[in-house]
Write a protein that binds this ligand. Structure first.
Ligand SMILES: NC(=O)c1ccc[n+]([C@@H]2O[C@H](COP(=O)([O-])OP(=O)(O)OC[C@H]3O[C@@H](n4cnc5c(N)ncnc54)[C@H](O)[C@@H]3O)[C@@H](O)[C@H]2O)c1
Length: 346
């Protein structure tokens, strides 16, 4: 098996990738990059060389791949530096700060013939994969509607970072982007228009702290999505899936899918339907529960990136996927700002 040489840029969210990389057979973590005190401490823990500037790392090290977990504003520049050196990249979500930068990233990687993967790690969740499998099997019939919640309270220290109080730091771009990507992935629905009403009434910061969103999709299905990061509540993907130990777990659901033949809650994976001869509200719904073993999606994502580096797989989350999801989030923000329905395709 070919050993692949990788580096991780950014040691906050990136620390998990770096720690996992050390445990994976056939993977050599060559170096890490970070420019603050926490990075120094973590690089020491990992026992790998630390570069203050990721550009010096790329210039001095021979790499197959880089994992870019830098602040969003640096994604485009970092991908370009890697692509020019022929280094394949896994760049965190959102692919970039703007659509134009996302397009540039895709173009640059194609021109340089390097593989580009975007860090929508939920696509590697075993539960999400099962959800996609159930929906794709047609058991629910045609999807008519979806109801999604991402509602929780972030702890107070979270807001000590000033960038989290201004545009780009709100729950839509940080958290909601995962729910939108999951929706697109599991249903395959194409979102055609959005209408959103956003508020900052809880914390009064520049950025939203809650939003109600209505999505219309090609084919007709409609989606409701309520998001808030300032409300005590047990209903959110992060608190309901046990995939990240940082979040207190609640055995609750955050998504509901409604089809012409049945309905399904997630992550409980309970499906409700009628037998044809006992159809309708006078009858008891048939309840069926699906199950699947939990996994660690971020580790699975890293394993997949290593397969991509070995040439055994093509990225399952492409630059185009990352860009499409970002377009929906941007349309939601634009709709809220202009108090208008926004069409994604003319
Ligand atoms: N997939 C997910 O669930 C998830 C979760 C959290 C964050 N993220 C994404 O990961 C990225 C990073 O987020 P974060 O919360 O870790 O950010 P952060 O600001 O907390 O950390 C950024 C890291 O980058 C380093 N850094 C900054 N500039 C640098 C430079 N020029 N050279 C070298 N190192 C530099 C910092 O030292 C730090 O280690 C963002 O794109 C974010 O959206 C994804």
């Amino acid at each position: 098996m070919k050993t692949v040489r990788i580096a991780v840029f950014g040691l906050n969210h990136g620390f998990k990738f770096a720690s996992d990389a050390l445990k994976l057979p056939g993977v050599e973590l060559i170096a890490v990059a970070g420019d603050n005190e926490l990075s120094k401490k973590r690089a020491k823990e990992l026992n790998v060389p630390l570069y203050k500037n990721y550009k010096d790392l790329v210039n001095e090290c021979s790499l197959d791949g880089a994992i870019i977990t830098l602040p969003n504003r640096l994604h485009k520049e970092a991908v370009e530096v890697c692509a020019k050196k022929g280094v394949h990249v896994l760049v965190e979500k959102p692919i970039a700060s703007t659509i134009e930068e996302g397009e540039d990233i895709i173009r640059q990687c194609a021109q340089s013939n390097v593989k580009l993967m975007v860090g929508h790690h939920r696509r590697f969740s075993s539960k999400v994969a099962k959800l996609k499998e159930i929906i794709s099997s047609g058991l629910l019939g045609e999807i008519v509607g979806v109801n999604m919640l991402y509602v929780l309270a972030k702890d107070r220290s979270y807001f000590a970072e000033s960038w989290r109080l201004v545009q780009g730091g709100g729950p839509l771009l940080i958290n909601g982007i995962h729910d939108i990507d999951t929706l697109r992935f599991v249903t395959g629905l194409n979102i055609e228009s959005v209408y959103a009403a956003a508020r900052n009434s809880i914390r009064k910061n520049q950025v939203e702290d809650s939003a109600s969103i209505l999505l219309e999709t090609r084919g007709g299905a409609t989606v409701n999505f309520f998001i808030s990061d300032g409300v005590p509540s047990p209903w959110s993907y992060d608190c309901n899936l046990r995939e990240n130990p940082k979040f207190y777990h609640y055995d609750e659901n955050c998504f509901y899918f409604f089809g012409t033949k049945g309905s399904l809650s997630f992550p409980s994976l309970k499906m409700y339907s009628y037998e044809e001869e006992n159809y309708g509200w006078e009858h008891k719904l048939i309840e069926e529960k699906f199950s699947v073993e939990d996994n660690d999606p971020m580790t699975a994502e890293l394993v997949h990136f290593v397969e991509v580096l070995r040439g055994e797989s093509e990225p399952v989350v492409t630059g185009e996927d990352g860009l499409e999801t970002l377009k929906v989030i941007n349309a939601i923000k634009e709709s809220a700002a202009r108090e208008q329905k926004i069409y994604l395709y003319k």
